[in-house]
Design a protein around this ligand. Sequence first.
Ligand code: SF4
Length: 334
Amino acid sequence: MTETAEREKLIEVKNLKKYFKVGKKAILKAVDDVSFHIYRGETFGLVGESGCGKSTTGRTIIRLYEATDGEVLFEGKNVHAKMSRKELKEFNKKMQMIFQDPYASLNPRMTVKDIIAEGIDIHGLAKSKKERDEKVYELLETVGLNKEHANRFPHEFSGGQRQRIGIARALAVDPDFIIADEPISALDVSIQAQVVNLLQKLQKERGLTYLFIAHDLSMVKHISDRVGVMYLGNMVEVAESDELYDNPLHPYTEALLSAIPVPDPNYERSRERIILKGDVPSPVNPPSGCRFRTRCPLATDICAQVAPKLREAREGHWVACHLYDDEYKHAFNK
Ligand code: SF4
């Protein structure tokens, strides 16, 4: 048995679909048959361009959206199944979310103390006002703020500090799993590393599992154990982080990686950039067959006819592309 085969799957996403009605007849297929899993204690990075379905996937996992079809299992239980109030409360305590915009996600009329203590109050985690206050002060210290910040309002803080408040709010109920939806994209580059370091420190100390959503592969590189790449509602590649960066298999992942600047100027000048043609097509009317085919430099006729399935091309490395499918790879001169 391999090392990964022994690890416990905390989250299992199976053939998940999330469609939205747009206008009278059109259907936007934001997430279309996506499957992956997240091991307990790991960080799974989910990347792709804006509109690829990564945030919708995160929001459907945490039940902010109902699934159109498919399943999300948390500790083996379907999160979209009917739950009693008690089960739902327990579930809400185990999964928390950190949002992209630390300006919009904190109530401007509430003090930091009340924002952080909301979950403590809902779940009855403090027996007295004193215990509630102490928990809040401890959480503020945990995220690099202090007691004096407790009675202030969100507008008195910088973007990085507000994101720390958002993290403290998520931690207040002692969750197992946190979805971080582009948590550093709105922050200055100088602050981004601090927030990433904080998240990594908390993961070590508390054994947290993260789904870290980002639009760019360079952002998830250092924090993720494994990475999934989405394109137009589909998962196109999943692999261990180093494997994905060193040996990308999907033409889309190759293009995304080629766009990341490297610090060595000589190498930077000599390396080949893959410029993708065209824009991402609309998820309301996606291309037939492989959804990436309208921008793929390697597309052949078969790509327009048959949608590639996600298959394990190497151990632990999954890709959805006919280039790696025994049945169709003869169609490519490779
Ligand atoms: Fe490109 Fe075809 Fe592979 Fe899709 S299936 S990524 S179009 S080569």
